[in-house]
Design a protein around this ligand. Structure first.
Ligand code: FAD
Ligand code: MG
Ligand code: MG
Ligand code: MG
Ligand code: MG
Length: 552
């Protein structure tokens, strides 16, 4: 449906007996958006260009505020409080937008077409297939859990990616306590049921462990006094530390706190397989293997590409990558009208050393063959924008002062002249590419990318009229818009007991109760609507006053 709906009628004039219409309705460009997660939602919220016809295809007709998913697992927050119906967002827009609850199953870039399958399972005719044409395609389908092909994971583990997952976990946690409280069991059996294993010491695994521990200490002790002492929480991490994307101070604090809380953190422990009753691990150091009975396992070890993306990468010659490669304008490499953002994509950052001759030529405004400090200084901002690694390098080396950089590159020769030739320019920037890093797969990145791309689309006509854009340093590639730049605003790691670790820009680390309040206020303010904000805040209050709801 809808794929030709709004194509307007420039050709109508021909059959109109020569009566030329003075105003021809321009044909609306069709923009197809795949996904209603962080990237898709952010794009949608920021798009306000009515000259597009937008069609959204997603198997989920709501957005999920994923940072609060762990809070749902033990009943601190209700599932529906963190979901916002996508149609609530659509009706507020003055853009022509339609939505289909379906998943995209194939992308055909040659014919500018995607193939979809409806996912509305309550209808017997679910699974209906249809095709949609596009002028622009925006891929924001996220990623899926990664089992690393570990046997038994799919069959026996819980995951925490979607609302359904969180609800299943919540039900399972409560069921475990009820089951363990039945009269007919031996203590051995109770212990097995109440052994909760978390695989993966990243933010999600750590937060779930903390939630579960709080739940046991705040509610279970009162509600299930007979079994409370049989509970065991184990956290398995394959590397040397949990939370290793955080500052060391936070990692240490978390490991110590979990130690005091009685959460058994096993570092360097790789899961080799899981059957119905036991989880098997291998120690990284000595290779020792062991198997332990469990009641419930949460698998939280990272993400991998969805089948749609794997297939598309194969089709367009990107092979066996972990995510779709785009340029800094978020365009899929090789395509002018396909964009990818969020967890399904990664930006193929350009290397300074590959473009060094061109950068030098642009910077050398008087064509003298050398760069003065002034010439270098004047292009530095543009270089930093095009090559974010330069800014990182300058920051890390605390060499904000360009004179130092020039002096170092010239060595002794700096006494005679401070002008750089191409070789010296290369030397000055020779290490910057080592600072290149992929952006993390976070809501923060996806959110900023969605907003960035929407702004590009909002300005698209203006830029088509003036394709060169503002007179800026161009580097190589396409220059109508500034490339995407990520601004890291910091990250949180809730550690339980109303304590949170916060890492903010500028090496600012804070751990404890005050950061927990910061966490509450940041996550309340980041809600996508006043409706979900009110729901989440009232859930928090309800829990403070009445404790968690344990029906299930
Ligand atoms: P998603 O948000 O996953 O959205 C993907 C969308 O695409 C979904 O709507 C999905 O239904 C849809 N889709 C899937 N397949 C198809 C298909 N074939 N066709 C069409 N549509 C499809 N990040 C932070 O920055 N801070 C946090 O505190 C944080 N906490 C997290 C906690 C948990 C438990 C989890 C799971 C993640 C957390 N993240 C956090 C990470 C963050 O959620 C992701 O990085 C973010 O969701 C990525 O956004 P996205 O739009 O790329 O993908
Ligand atoms: Mg999305
Ligand atoms: Mg999401
Ligand atoms: Mg990404
Ligand atoms: Mg010069």
């Amino acid at each position: 449906s809808g794929s030709h709906g709004h194509i307007a009628h420039a050709d109508a004039t021909a059959s109109d007996g020569g009566h030329a219409l003075s105003e021809v309705i321009p044909k609306k460009k069709k923009l197809v958006l795949l996904g209603t997660g962080w990237a898709g939602m952010s794009f949608l919220k920021n798009l306000n260009n009515p000259t597009y016809e937008v069609e959204i295809v997603s198997p989920r007709n709501f957005f999920v505020f994923t940072p609060l998913l762990p809070s749902v697992t033990c009943g601190k927050v209700e599932a529906r409080s963190i979901a916002e119906p996508i149609r609530n967002i659509i009706i507020k827009k003055n853009v022509d937008i339609s939505f289909s609850e379906a998943e995209c199953i194939k992308i055909d870039p040659q014919n500018k077409k995607i193939y979809c399958r409806a996912t509305i399972d309550s209808h017997s005719k679910g699974g209906e297939e249809f095709a949609v044409d596009y002028d622009y395609l925006i891929i924001a389908v996220g990623a899926q859990v990664n089992t690393f092909n570990t046997p038994g994971v799919m069959e026996n583990c819980h995951f925490l990616k979607e609302i359904d997952d969180a609800q299943k976990i919540r039900k399972n946690v409560i069921d475990s306590f009820e089951k363990a409280s039945l009269p007919s069991l031996s203590d051995e059996e109770r212990k097995k049921i109440l052994h909760f294993v978390i695989v993966g010491g990243g933010p999600t695994g750590v937060e779930f462990a903390a939630e579960l521990h709080d739940f046991v200490n705040e509610d279970v002790v009162k509600l299930y006094p007979k079994v409370k002492d049989l509970v065991k929480i184990t956290l398995l991490e394959a590397t040397d530390h949990i939370l290793n994307m955080f500052d060391k101070r936070i990692t240490n604090f978390a490991e110590n706190k979990f130690g005091r809380d009685g959460i058994d953190v096993k570092l360097g422990s790789m899961v080799t397989g899981i059957n119905e009753n036991e989880i098997s691990t291998k120690a990284r150091g000595n290779g020792k293997t062991s198997s332990t009975p469990y009641g419930m396992v949460l698998w939280s070890t990272g993400i991998g590409p969805r089948p749609l993306i794997k297939e598309f990468m194969k089709q367009i010659g990107q092979g066996n990558r972990r995510a779709l490669a785009t340029d800094e304008w978020l365009r899929v490499e090789g395509f002018d009208n396909i964009y990818a953002l969020g967890d399904c994509a990664t930006i193929n950052q350009r290397k300074v050393m590959e473009d060094i001759a061109e950068i030098f030529k642009k910077a050398d405004k008087d064509n003298s063959g050398t760069l003065t400090v002034k010439e270098f200084q004047e292009t530095l901002d543009d270089i930093c924008e095009r090559y974010p690694q330069v800014e990182l390098y300058l920051k890390n080396k605390q060499k904000r002062n360009i004179v130092d950089l020039v002096k170092e590159a010239k060595g002794d020769a700096a006494r005679e002249s401070m002008e750089l030739n191409i070789e010296e320019f290369k030397a000055a920037l020779s290490e910057v590419d080592s600072q290149m890093k992929n952006l993390p797969a976070t809501a923060q990145v996806a959110n900023q990318q969605g907003a960035y791309l929407a702004k590009c689309f909002n300005r698209m006509e203006e830029c088509e009229k003036n394709p060169e854009g503002p007179p800026r340093f161009r580097g190589t590639g396409h220059h109508r818009f500034h490339p995407f730049r990520y601004r890291h605003l910091g990250q949180f790691a809730p550690l339980g007991g109303e304590q949170t670790a916060a890492e903010l820009p500028g090496d600012w680390v804070s751990i404890g109760h005050s950061s927990q309040w910061l966490w509450y206020s940041v996550y309340a303010s980041k809600q996508v609507s006043w409706r979900t904000r009110a729901l989440v805040v009232s859930d928090w209050l309800r829990r403070f006053i009445f404790g968690r709801d344990t029906s299930g």
